[in-house]
Design a protein around this ligand. Structure first.
Ligand code: PLP
Length: 416
């Protein structure tokens, strides 16, 4: 018996793990298979080609690793860097903080650029550091594209500040990529809560290693870290001296060459699940997937505004379309909102983490989720807010979201 049973579907609105589509669940509901039979290498070959599309890379080499986002971080770092290497990294919330902690524990010399939580990465500081580093002591720049703890998306595509500092002739975009500075540092990007939901362009932005986890926008169970390495990162891995065994790309590449693909046992179910998840994404169209997230993010922010509450994200330029962190008044404990949502309404919201614990709750709007599901969540949040003593007008956020969505939801392509 499931002692936490509640009738109907749980409204799962944490920013990962997210809802798994029925098609993916069915695709994974299968027996184990011999991964050395011809079927699994053939499936893997297709998957490796297909995942490149969600990273928007043609030259990258993907690795499907039995791990989580944290393992994907470690894979990116240990394959490309050596102990003592100087790297620039940003702390803007709990996940970027954890990545920095991992970087330090792995023995890198981390130049930490910290911002107030709710703000984006200080790209001006990065620009100055790269510009001043004529000796090229900086070996990598590490950044979390979307900080899941605060709902902040760093703009990796173009940045006026950088544009003004070091402009490359004929380059339309001032890219954050270190290539832009003609600096050899590698550019490592955590796309855990962005890839497959937000605009992400590995090749165009000059990203050397990009990574994500299966339980986020891909809408799979947790357990697969997907890492994609540029040719420059692969080259760096040949001389990088960080200790690595399980995560060593060399082992993967050896098996890629042999055409058998797996240095150790893959989860057969996750591979079939990934195939089904990618098929669904391509059927909807990656651009439409991204547009859906933009819509869900906008609708959520309109609801927050209608409730008279503040977004944790300090400026519009950083608004995240995959997660919204909502600041509650000081007389309310946001953890109580999360507890009550689950206990009374079968609604799962994200807790505030670390510095913003008790101060914010998070609405995740990523992956396999649609507009009407979001409205259910927003209605639930309104009732919880009222329960905990916040004077919200029931229906206000839902009405604001509906007014926007009704004008913006496109026809479902397969049903026209
Ligand atoms: N990076 C970001 C941006 C995340 O949101 C998370 C988890 O939520 C992680 C990394 C860590 O991923 P995992 O919990 O799968 O190890």
């Amino acid at each position: 018996m499931d002692y936490t049973y509640a009738p109907g579907r749980n409204h799962l609105f944490v920013p990962g793990p997210v809802n798994i589509p029925d098609q993916v669940l069915r695709a994974m509901n299968r027996n184990n298979e011999d991964y050395r039979s011809p079927a699994i290498p053939a499936l893997t070959k297709t998957l490796l080609e297909d995942v490149k599309k969600i990273f928007k890379t043609t030259s990258g080499t993907p690795f499907l690793i039995p791990t989580t986002g944290t393992g994907a971080w470690e894979s990116a770092l240990t394959n490309t860097l050596s102990p003592g290497d100087r790297i620039v990294s940003f702390i803007i919330g709990q996940f970027s903080l954890l990545w920095v902690d991992q970087q330090q524990r792995l023995g890198f010399n981390v130049d930490v650029v910290e911002s107030e939580w709710g703000y984006g990465a200080d790209l001006e500081a990065l620009a100055s550091k790269l510009a001043a580093d004529s000796a090229h002591t900086i070996k990598a720049v590490c950044i979390v594209h979307n900080e899941t703890a605060t709902g902040v998306t760093n703009n990796l595509a173009s940045n006026d500040v950088l544009n003004n500092i070091l402009t490359v002739a004929n380059d339309k975009f001032a890219r954050l990529s270190s290539d832009h500075y003609q600096h050899p540092a590698l550019f490592l990007v955590d796309g855990v809560s962005s890839i497959c939901a937000l605009d992400f362009r590995m090749d165009e932005w000059g990203v050397d290693v990009a990574l994500t986890g299966s339980q986020k926008a891909l809408s799979l169970p947790t357990g697969m870290g997907i890492v994609c390495a540029s040719p420059k990162a692969i080259e760096a891995s040949q001389t990088a001296k960080s200790l690595r065994v399980f995560f060593d790309w060399k082992d993967y590449l050896k098996f890629y060459k042999m055409g058998t693909y797996w240095p150790y046992t893959p989860s057969i179910q996750l591979l079939y699940g990934l195939k089904a998840a990618l098929d669904l994404i391509f059927e909807e169209g990656l651009d439409n997937v991204i547009a859906r997230h933009t819509r869900l993010g906008t609708a959520t922010r309109l609801a927050v505004e209608a409730w008279g509450l503040k977004n944790c994200t300090a400026k519009e330029e950083w608004f995240s379309d995959t997660v919204t962190a909502v600041v509650v008044p000081p007389y309310i404990d946001s953890s109580e909102i999360v507890r009550r949502g689950w206990k009374r309404y079968n609604l799962s919201l994200g807790l505030g983490l670390n510095k913003v614990a008790g101060k914010v709750f998070r609405i995740g709007h990523l992956g396999h989720v649609n507009d009407l599901q979001l409205l259910g969540c927003l209605a639930g949040v309104e009732m919880v807010l009222k329960d905990v003593g916040y004077p919200v007008k029931l229906g206000s956020g839902v009405a604001a979201a509906c007014a926007y969505l009704q004008n913006n939801i496109p026809m479902i392509p397969s049903r026209i």
